[in-house]
Write a protein that binds this ligand. Structure first.
Ligand SMILES: Nc1ncnc2c1ncn2[C@@H]1O[C@H](COP(=O)(O)OP(=O)(O)OP(=O)(O)O)[C@@H](O)[C@H]1O
Ligand SMILES: [Mg+2]
Length: 232
């Protein structure tokens, strides 16, 4: 098998039983090349979040194989899988999921601590990330004192703490206005161009096409279309 950096092969997964059974993915095979931004599109219920959850080792397929950093995840023990996920993968969500009792910088530092343990320089590194995303004046603000776009930048800084090679984003711009959304597109694109990360974005938002190397459309648990993005 050539370099399967991040991929699923003939993945199938169902939820529920009997008449309530939903076949969320029905034989999906797709490879995400290292150092690219891929956009996953498709109608509600087509399996986008399920696919992202497989790539992120949050779910296991009923059948098929998931590769992360070239490793077949199904061959790992539960603890090996946790280590792989912690070292290689980060998530960004539509709803930001920041901790509201913590300041922006503490949210990012906690992200680092979870990945790498308590280290003396965690606050320094958290600060650097927030400065990089234009949040200099907001380090000690609580999330509820930030705009949606600022919250998403904090969430991305937290996700990037620990330098993961893979970033998975589920509708990261769906709660943002046009300007803030574009800013997030640029930030995630720069993670590919400047840091060589591999980014997979699930989104209905057509403005992502301009930032994507590749676009995959799911329909009813299967890949309906694969095309090049404008960055390819
Ligand atoms: N944990 C679950 N339990 C039961 N059914 C589920 C579960 N997760 C997903 N499904 C079902 O699997 C199908 C695919 O869901 P998924 O969340 O992947 O869709 P999606 O493309 O992300 O949709 P959306 O655009 O609404 O987020 C849907 O029919 C959904 O109801
Ligand atoms: Mg979804």
């Amino acid at each position: 098998m050539p370099d399967q950096f991040l991929a699923v092969e003939d993945a199938r997964i169902s939820f529920g039983k009997g008449s309530a059974r939903v076949r969320a993915l029905r034989g999906v095979s797709v490879t995400f090349e290292r150092g690219t931004l891929s956009l996953v599109m498709g109608p509600s219920g087509s399996g986008k979040t399920t696919l992202l959850s497989l790539l992120g080792c949050l779910l296991s397929p009923d059948e098929g194989i998931v590769f992360v950093d070239g490793v077949a995840v199904n061959e790992l023990s539960v603890s090996e899988k946790t280590v792989l996920r912690r070292q290689k993968i980060s998530f960004v969500f539509q709803a930001f999921r920041l901790l509201h009792s913590l300041s922006a910088i503490d949210n990012v530092a906690l992200g680092l601590e979870i990945r790498e343990g308590k280290r003396a320089d965690n606050m320094v590194r958290a600060r650097e990330l927030l400065l990089q995303f234009g949040l200099r004046g907001k380090l000690n603000h609580d999330p509820n004192e930030l705009s949606p776009g600022e919250k998403q930048r904090v969430a991305i800084a937290r996700a990037l703490a620990g330098d993961p090679p893979i970033l998975l984003a589920d509708e990261p711009t769906a709660s943002l206005d046009a300007e803030a959304g574009r800013n997030i597109c640029q930030i995630l694109r720069s993670q590919v161009d400047q840091n060589g990360r591999t980014v997979v974005v699930v989104s209905h938002d057509p403005r992502w096409k301009e930032f994507a190397d590749r676009m995959i459309t799911l329909s009813d648990g299967q890949i309906k279309q694969e095309e090049q993005g404008n960055k390819a």
